[in-house]
Write a protein that binds this ligand. Structure first.
Ligand code: CA
Length: 666
């Protein structure tokens, strides 16, 4: 196929390029965001500004491959710009109907007179994204990418909200890394996590300074958020053709794309990528906002990807229950799972997640019996699987069932024959290319058998809701299991929730498994770790945390020991949303969002700070005179529900520490 390129402009400026580097400026549809691409000294770079404010200073572009260094000795030959306008429907993310408008710019780079690399930018009013396309050579139709120089150079004074990458083959049964570490907040840039960089997505607060001011700056830091821009850096579109990447800090605000750690997958295999040519990389995304609204509301993770196959059936979504979070391994027996099916039916829920060890503690035949029993009550089953394999020591079974195609498809056929809804696959082995291929293979095969897929102990999803129609959600977060395992996680529960709302859950569906109404994380509700958060908080996180399938940490005893208004709310809370709006908040301190389902709005808030959140909330989604239902806490975290008629589209609210707020109405 012949590539159509506008060479004329390039030819006219060739003389000038011999003495001067090419500099090309590309702008967003609203012209407020500018990306400047340069090839000074043969090194491709880009710079990002918003309203003249430096978001990313001149930052390197390029890759190192075994068919040549694609970061040096390059000439920017020309830039083709066009506009992209795309609309799509996706029921499994924060917004059901998405309109995406952006400027597309393909930057053609040459080396020694031959076209070798293209960098494609997409600049919307909210996001900047780019990816590489490596071109074939006459004698090279494949290549190995050994590293990238791709960087994000944040200005001085930037602070970071980041989750360190854990070292490989550590933690429980040598299962790390699995995106399960805690965040640092408002930390000055210049650190490299625990020596291994940071997992995506990465949130930064950048001083609002013009390029001239940045040049003069001596490390002065902005003090309040009105003098800052929020910047979220992540990646999307990663599949079995690449590795999952992280951010490595080089110095000051300079972060570079890092490939997986050599020790992942028990040290087996390379950290490099093998790519057929022409070959494209995943997208690197930069979301920019004056407030956290653009961060919360961005759809960039899905705007840039395409479905990789058609759904084999019309997948459905909704709520479920899950015994393991309260009852642990011993609860994975036939009688208790039957009791949870009855509980799910009483709640009007569609599923029960049967966790680890069901193969030995219940057995395949009796799982089939449970599935039949569930069907008679309108409740389907999700079944847990160990992804191993041979990448870590995770002992729980069933294992060696999903890592090889023949056994996997045989297992999935059995599930399909018995009407199983989906699988939860745990304990993956990092982000090397064979592991990313395993994620893709599991999803693809599961779709053939009509199964939905949840991942745990896993990598961050990167656009997967749109790429794989049967993909539901991933853990990739310090999830509810930690509330059972340690009091420290319970004590910091609200702080973590006020973080995930603005970072992890922004770029992908999050399988948190929360909203417990037990006072204690134990089946007797008397021993075990103590929940510090209120019942309204539990309800609010059912709205704040987004996943189209939610297995809540509710227990059958909650039907009688939890407030009726809490049970009523948990029966009707949606899991599919049409729209999200940021209302207020700050990472690690408090979070207030609004989500819409049909014509009904759910405003949800939580507070992790010592002091109350006291505010007059502007709620333009409710017309003056609207009747809304308000769920709130008193100072002792005792919750209540009341109906309120709004005089104006605003409401005075108070959220105490570890408390919650909900405002629901049309
Ligand atoms: Ca986990």
């Amino acid at each position: 196929m012949k590539t159509k390129v506008l060479w004329i402009a390039a030819l006219l400026t060739m003389g000038a390029q011999a003495v001067k580097a090419a500099e090309n400026s590309i702008t967003s549809p609203d012209t407020k965001t500018t990306v400047v691409v340069n090839d000074r000294d043969g090194r491709p770079t880009y710079e990002v500004r918003r309203d003249g404010i430096v978001v990313l200073g001149e930052s390197p572009l390029g890759l190192l491959t075994n068919i040549g260094d694609l970061s040096n000795g390059l000439t920017l030959r020309n830039v083709e710009t066009s506009t992209v306008s795309d609309s799509y429907e996706l029921r499994t993310i924060k917004q059901s109907q998405v309109q995406y408008d952006a400027t597309k710019a393909v930057c053609h780079f040459e080396k020694d007179g031959r076209a070798v690399l293209e960098v494609e930018f997409r600049i919307s009013n909210r996001d900047v994204a780019y990816r590489y396309r490596i071109l074939p050579r006459r004698n090279a139709q494949v290549c190995v990418v050994t590293d990238e120089v791709s960087a994000f150079c944040l200005p001085q004074g930037t602070t970071a909200f980041l989750c360190p990458q854990s070292k490989p083959m550590g933690g429980f049964a040598r299962t790390s890394p699995s995106y399960e570490t805690s965040y640092a907040y408002d930390e000055p840039v210049g650190k490299n996590g625990w020596g291994e960089g940071y997992t995506f997505p990465c949130l930064f607060k950048v001083d609002k300074l013009t390029s001239k001011q940045v040049d003069k700056l001596d490390g002065k830091k902005g003090t309040d958020s009105s003098t800052n821009l929020w910047v979220l850096i992540s990646e999307t579109g990663t599949d079995g053709n690449y590795v999952g990447c992280r951010l490595l800090n080089e110095k000051d605000g300079n972060y570079r794309i890092g490939f997986p750690q050599q020790g992942e997958m028990n040290g087996f295999g390379t950290t490099s990528v093998t790519l057929a040519l022409p070959g494209t990389t995943p997208w690197r995304t930069i979301t920019i906002g004056q407030t956290l609204a653009n961060i919360v509301e961005t759809t960039v993770a899905w705007d840039l990807v395409e479905p990789k196959y058609k759904a084999s059936r019309d997948y459905t979504y909704g709520k479920g229950t899950w015994s393991w979070i309260i009852g642990m391994d011993q609860s994975c027996n036939f009688d208790e799972q039957k009791r949870y099916i009855d509980f799910a039916a009483a709640m009007g829920y569609r599923s029960v997640l049967v966790d680890a060890l069901w193969d030995v503690q219940i057995g395949y035949d009796r799982i089939a019996e449970l599935a039949r029993y569930g069907r008679s009550k309108g409740v389907g089953l999700f079944l847990w699987y160990n992804s191993n394999g041979s990448w870590n020591d995770a002992p729980q079974s069933p294992k060696h069932k999903l890592d090889r195609v023949g056994v996997r498809r045989h297992e999935m056929k059995w599930m399909q024959d018995n009407g199983i809804l989906g699988i939860k696959v745990d304990f993956f082995g990092g982000d090397k290319q064979p592991m990313m291929q395993l994620y893709e293979d599991i999803l693809t095969d599961a779709n053939d058998f009509g199964l939905q897929v949840i991942f745990h102990g896993c990598t961050l999803p990167r656009g997967w809701e749109r790429m794989y129609p049967n993909y539901v959600a991933s853990e990739a977060v310090l999830a509810s299991e930690n509330l059972h395992f340690g009091q420290g996680a319970c004590d910091g529960e609200a702080r973590a929730a006020a973080t995930h709302t603005f970072i992890r859950n922004v770029v992908g569906s999050m399988d948190f498994g929360g909203s417990a109404l037990n006072k204690r994380y134990n089946a007797d509700n008397k021993s075990g770790t103590i929940r510090r958060t209120s019942d309204v908080y539990a309800l609010a996180t059912a709205v704040l945390f987004q996943s189209s399938v939610q297995h809540f940490a509710l227990a059958p005893n909650n039907l009688t020991d939890a407030p009726q208004w809490a049970i009523d709310f948990m029966k009707q809370v949606p899991t599919n949303w049409d729209e999200v709006r940021y209302i207020d908040g700050y990472p690690g301190r408090y979070a207030i969002l609004a989500r819409r389902c049909g014509n009904r709005w759910y405003v949800a808030g939580i507070n992790a700070q010592e002091e109350d959140v006291k505010a007059k909330l502007q709620l333009p989604m409710f017309a003056p005179g609207s009747q809304v239902t308000v769920y709130s806490d008193d100072a002792q975290l005792a919750g209540s529900r009341r109906d309120v008629k709004l005089k104006k589209s605003q409401l005075d609210i108070v959220i105490p520490k570890n408390g919650g707020l909900l405002v629901v109405g049309n």
